[in-house]
Design a protein around this ligand. Structure first.
Ligand SMILES: C[S@@+](CC[C@H](N)C(=O)[O-])C[C@H]1O[C@@H](n2cnc3c(N)ncnc32)[C@H](O)[C@@H]1O
Length: 276
């Protein structure tokens, strides 16, 4: 497997998820009647190479496998067959790992979420970490409706800025509008993304800031999906301080929000490169 180099912001993301997964598993393990599971929907190959040190870095699935106390089950999905094979080798003989090769939007809805209803006494932490606009809103909404799932979600502002939002909304490409509609759940992102402003020559459409669009999505996670607690996300920036993606967390539990807020506060300087 050709493992990819990752940058400091990915290492910050992995640190955030590792810390919360440990806290989550510790709390859920105290409740004997619950089975708690970890789901990595865009799992990747399980290992990366650190750009700063050249060392191997454990990816999100391997991180989850090393959490103590352990999750009862681990569900890892990737579209790329080679990455799933790499995960299979890393998982070895572990009986608590289930691998899926395919589109996670279908696999979550058809195979995994139906086994996470309230009545089944099962709870899940689910990582939704695509490279771009590859996640469908129905997955997010279903996770909220089930009431048993907490999510970390990558809001891909770089992909959105690069491919969807153009200065004049009339010039947006139909394929990109379709991708954004699928991610947002409808076309209401247009109102959030563009504001009409008066100028000397009449009116012009102005693209909103990254933070404004992310805040509109945060509100949507609460008002439309139905998550009770969605703290302010962490913005991951590259070395030029350009925004790459926002890492969101959403849950029905106030205690979860409190723990994640503290973890976000700890990692925010590293993610935004304010330490250097
Ligand atoms: C950002 S990487 C995941 C990195 C991983 N979370 C980590 O931190 O180690 C995204 C992964 O999603 C996979 N992918 C892309 N579209 C997908 C889809 N529709 N369903 C499942 N996996 C997908 C890609 O093959 C890639 O391995």
């Amino acid at each position: 497997m050709d493992y990819k180099e990752i940058n400091f912001w990915s290492e910050a993301k992995l640190g955030i998820i590792r810390e919360y997964a440990t806290a989550y598993s510790t709390i859920l393990s105290r409740h004997e009647y619950f089975t708690h599971v970890y789901i990595d929907a865009f799992a990747g190959p399980g290992l990366h190479v650190s750009k700063s040190t050249g060392d191997f870095v454990e990816g999100s699935p391997l991180n989850a496998l090393n959490v103590i106390p352990p999750f009862a089950e681990h569900h890892f999905i990737d579209l790329d067959n080679k990455r799933v094979q790499a995960l299979e080798e890393l998982a070895g003989e572990r009986a608590d790992v289930q691998l899926y090769n395919g589109d996670c939007n279908d696999i979550l809805m058809q195979e995994i979420f139906p086994r996470l209803t309230f009545k089944q006494y099962r709870r899940a932490l689910c990582l939704l970490d695509p490279y771009g606009l590859h996640l469908n809103w129905e997955v997010v909404k279903t996770a909220a409706e089930l009431g048993t799932i907490e999510i970390f979600l990558n809001f891909p502002i770089h992909d959105i800025n690069r491919n969807v939002l153009v200065k004049n909304p009339a010039d947006m490409k139909p394929r990109q509008i379709e991708r954004m509609d699928a991610f947002w759940g409808d076309n209401s992102w247009r109102q959030a993304a563009y504001a009409t402003e008066a100028n000397l020559f009449g009116f012009e459409e102005k693209v909103c800031s990254n933070d404004e669009l992310a805040e509109a999505y945060r509100q949507r996670l609460v008002d439309v999906a139905g998550f009770a607690h969605v703290p302010k996300p962490v913005l991951m920036r590259n070395s030029n301080r350009a925004g790459l993606y926002y890492l969101f967390f959403a849950s029905q539990k106030p205690v979860a929000k409190k723990i994640v807020k503290d973890i976000f506060t700890k990692y925010r300087p590293a993610a935004e490169r304010r330490l250097f």
